[in-house]
Design a protein around this ligand. Structure first.
Ligand SMILES: [Zn+2]
Length: 76
């Protein structure tokens, strides 16, 4: 059995679906999962952290870990 290449290897989300902004394919994992790694406030990449905070504020992404909504948008 080979894994289905069109699904995230972490959460099983279907990848590259136009109606799902978190489904962008990052080497077999979805942006939803990669974002939870990239969004770490201490170790993540700052532009990605800002983008993920906006996704949470817009309701595109459920809040997770340390990136709970802070009550304001972190605009550039
Ligand atoms: Zn995933």
């Amino acid at each position: 059995m080979t894994p289905d290449a069109s699904k995230c290897s972490i959460c099983g989300r279907l990848l590259d679906r136009p109606d799902d902004p978190l489904s962008r394919d990052f080497g077999g994992d979805c942006w939803g999962c990669i974002g939870e790694i990239e969004g770490d406030p201490e170790y993540g990449y700052p532009p990605n952290i800002r983008r993920i905070r906006r996704e949470i504020a817009l309701g595109l992404r459920p809040p997770f870990g340390p990136l709970r909504p802070a009550g304001r948008l972190d605009e550039d």
